[in-house]
Design a protein around this ligand. Sequence first.
Ligand SMILES: [Mg+2]
Length: 308
Amino acid sequence: MDDQHRGDAADHHPPGAPGAASPPGNPGSAGGSGPDGLPFLPSTREGRAGLEAVLAEPGSALIALDYDGTLSPIVADPAAAHVHPGSAAALRRLAAAVGTLAVITGRPAAQALQLGGLGSVPGIIVLGHYGWERWEGGTLSSPPAPPGVDIARRDIPGVLASAGAPEGTRVEDKGHAVAVHTRGTADPAAALARLRGPLEALAARAGLVVEPGRLVIELRPPGTDKGTALAGLVRQREALSVMFCGDDLGDLAAFAAVRELRRDGVPGLTVCSGSPEAARLAAEADLVVDGPDGVATLLTSLASLLSR
Ligand SMILES: [Mg+2]
C-alpha cells in the first residue's frame, strides 16, 4: 500500500492522539469517501492502509468482531442479546468473501453461537471466554476452568453482601468466569465503583484476573485476552491483513494486537462500535461507527463491495 501518493500524512493521528476519535467526514454516513467508494473513512493512515489491504485481497484477510455491543446491542438481559439483523445477513455474505471470519467474545462460545445463530455462518470461528474456548466447524474446544473460578462463584455472594451491593446488582455465572453487573441498580456507576475493590481482592485471592467492562466486572482465568486470541488466529490462519471491531475495554487488547501486527508488516484496521460508554476505545480506534447499527452498515457495505 502506497501511503505517500495519498498526501495524507499530515492528517495522521497516532492512536490516542486528539482527533483520533473524530474521523474526517461522518463515519456513519453514506458519501463514498472511503476506499473503493466505501462510505467509511478511517481517521488514521494505518487504518486506511489496513482497510485497503482487506479490500485488495479479501481472501487473505481476517475479520474479527466482538459480540456484545458490537454485533448485538447492549440489553439489560444478556440472554436476550441477539445479533443485529443487518449484521447477521452481512456475516453470511462476508463469510464467503474473506479468508477468515471470527467472533472473539468474553461470552462462552456456545452461548454466542446459540444467541447469535452463528453456527449457520459458513466457516466462522468463534473464540469464547477471551480465547480460552474455540468453536469451529461444529467442534468446541473448551479446556476446564482453573479452580479459582469455583472459589469466585462460591464467595461472590458474601463479598457483595459485605460490600453493600445495592438492589439490582446481578451475578452472571458464565461457566469459566463469573461477572457482576450493576446496570440494573439505581446508580450503576456508583455501584460499580463500590464493588470494584472487594471484587479485585477476591480475584487476587482466587488467582483470577478482573476484566472491567460496560457496567460489569468479570472475574476470569488469567493467560488469555482478546489480543492474544486475535494475534494467535492471524498467525494460525496466515492472514495478510486484519480488521477488528469492538466496543469495550476488553477490546483494547485486540486493538493493541492490531497495532503490533502492523509493526510486523500486517496491515490492520481497528473499529470502535461507538457509544457514550466507549470513549476510551474510540480514542484508540482507526474508525468509529455508530454502535451496532453502524457496525451492521459497515459490514453490509464491505459485503456488497467484496461480493461484487
Ligand atoms: Mg463488547
